[in-house]
Design a protein around this ligand. Structure first.
Ligand code: ATP
Ligand code: MG
Length: 505
């Protein structure tokens, strides 16, 4: 208690108290204090309040023990192994404020989780276990909001660092990163979120201990990495990860593009181009999926580079990239659905949109391959790619033209379901039982209708079913295989032609 008093005797600080007009939160504080405990807002919310921003969530710390907290708030839930109690803000809501007893830094034998949870006696001890000075401040909850008070507890100079936009480890940075290597990622994440500089010694320690990130669970890394990508300065964060040796642990595939030059259509290396695509996606406030797709869209380039200098090529990089994305995002434990969508966007990001080349059939195939629901994101990715190249060609008209075309063909058949005949019709008209042959006939019909939607008339299709059914199984099998592949092949063919036209002298 003594120790704590001298801390709160720090000189007065100004905090935008009006942001603290959250009666429900203050109520939790006064319940704790009336019961004889201390209660402080702590961590991220104090940092955000000090910057004049609305905190995302409110964390309270107290010298009450978990059971004591629970007794005071019967509606609460005991949340985790850290002694945190989730207290409902109001009876009727699900919104929860985390109330955590003062804790000590645990010993981390495995560099991942503290071996045991030890409670601390004082607020100062609790603040000392926190990662960065700007995250190691506390604000007493029951202050009179009309006053500027002495209730901010800031033993490590967090306010000063906030003012100077500096991210600095609390205590000895070397030790702090060794205790919990996730802090390596957190440093870069906060840098990117807050637009701060990492203090010199802190940065040097990150560089020294970057390798420890290997010990951290993929899920924790994923969460920090996602927050970094969603930050305003995500691109700077990725550059910093690269500089400090964190990127080669989290995303070595992206690191491969460092120093890999491109051809005359680009002024940046593969790495810088990927990062700049992300930079644009962040500037546009695109979602996590589009941001990751932007960052990874050319990840297949180093492996497919052919030749050197202005005429070097990267044929097939989008297909190689798709496979790499599936591996990368699976390894990083991103949800399957998101992984597959990013892979799809990367695979399709080279779509052709030259109005002279794209036919209605081509536009239909694009819609079929990508899916209507993903088109908008694919366009976003392409835009990020274009701007991120540093030499954006004036393309908006072409893209608009493709969008127009897609809209026009949107109601044309793009999946077997939209054919005017179905499997039943095929079986009846061809006089065959359910078999792979039915699927083969449908595939051929669909391909033909994609080329010419005017054929999607029941009578015409029935006639065609009859003639297809006469065919030898082998021949029909080949035709359907070709039909199934032809969408992709047509796309590749057109691409190669265009490349020949513009690429080679
Ligand atoms: P956000 O706005 O992203 O929630 P935050 O600062 O609240 O930012 P949290 O991850 O929610 O970050 O953590 C809350 C607080 O707990 C931090 O401000 C910091 O004081 C402390 N903290 C969290 N993780 C660590 C860690 N790995 N090592 C030390 N302190 C940590
Ligand atoms: Mg938080």
């Amino acid at each position: 208690m003594e120790k704590f008093r001298h801390l709160s005797d720090n000189k007065e600080r100004e905090i935008p108290m009006e942001k603290l007009e959250k009666p429900e939160i203050k109520e939790i504080g006064s319940v704790l204090e009336k019961a004889g405990f201390e209660a402080y807002l702590v961590g991220g919310c104090v940092r955000d309040l000090s910057r004049g921003q609305e905190p995302k969530d409110w964390d309270i710390t107290t010298n009450a023990k978990p059971e004591e907290i629970q007794k005071l708030f019967p509606d609460s839930v005991y949340e985790n192994q850290f002694g945190t109690v989730g207290v409902k803000i109001r009876r009727e809501t699900t919104e929860i404020v985390e109330v955590t007893p003062y804790r000590l830094e645990g010993k981390y034998s495995d560099k991942r989780h503290p071996d045991e949870i030890k409670f601390a006696k004082t607020l100062e001890e609790d603040l000392a276990r926190r990662d960065f000075t700007v995250n190691a401040m506390a604000l007493r909850l029951t202050i009179d909001l009309k006053q500027k008070t002495k209730n901010l507890v800031d033993p490590f100079g967090g306010q000063e660092d906030l003012k100077n936009k500096i991210l600095r480890a609390v205590g000895n940075p070397e030790e702090r990163f060794q205790e919990d290597a996730l802090r390596l990622m957190r440093a870069v994440r906060f840098m990117a979120q807050l637009g701060f500089k990492i203090e010199e010694k802190t940065e040097a320690a990150i560089k020294t201990h970057a390798g420890l990130l290997e010990f951290i669970s993929k899920e924790r890394v994923r969460d920090e990495f996602s927050k970094l990508l969603l930050a305003e300065n995500a691109a700077d964060g990725i550059r910093k990860m690269q500089e400090l040796g964190l990127l080669k642990i989290v995303l070595p595939e992206l690191e491969e593009g460092v120093g890999v030059g491109q051809n005359k259509h680009h002024i940046y290396t593969v790495f810088e181009h990927n990062v700049r695509a992300l930079e644009y996606a962040a500037k546009q406030n695109y979602d996590l999926t589009v941001r990751i797709a932007s960052l990874l869209h050319d990840v297949g380039k180093p492996a497919t580079k052919y030749g050197e200098g202005p005429d070097s090529t990267f044929y097939g990089h989008q297909v190689v990239g798709e496979k790499m994305v599936l591996k990368i995002l699976d390894r990083l434990r991103f949800p399957k659905e998101m992984t597959e969508k990013v892979a799809l966007l990367v695979r399709e990001h080279m779509f052709v949109y030259d109005p002279e080349t794209v036919t209605d059939a081509g536009a239909r195939r694009l819609v079929r391959r990508v899916g209507k629901e993903n088109l908008e994101d694919l366009f976003r990715l392409r835009e990020a790619d274009r701007i991120g190249s540093g030499v954006p060609k004036a393309q908006p008209y072409r893209l608009r033209h493709l969008k127009f075309r897609i809209e026009k063909v949107m109601n044309d058949p793009i999946s077997a379901k939209m054919l005017k005949v179905n499997g039943e019709d095929v079986m009846r008209e061809a006089g065959i039982p359910a078999s792979p042959k039915v699927g083969a006939i449908l595939a051929v019909l669909l391909e033909e209708v994609l080329d010419d939607p005017a054929l999607n008339i029941k009578e015409i299709l029935v006639a065609r079913i009859k003639s297809l059914a006469q065919m030898e199984d082998k021949k029909l099998g080949e035709m359907s295989k070709f039909a199934r592949q032809s969408a992709d092949q047509a796309q590749t063919r057109i691409e190669e032609e265009i490349k020949k036209k513009y690429f080679v002298k």
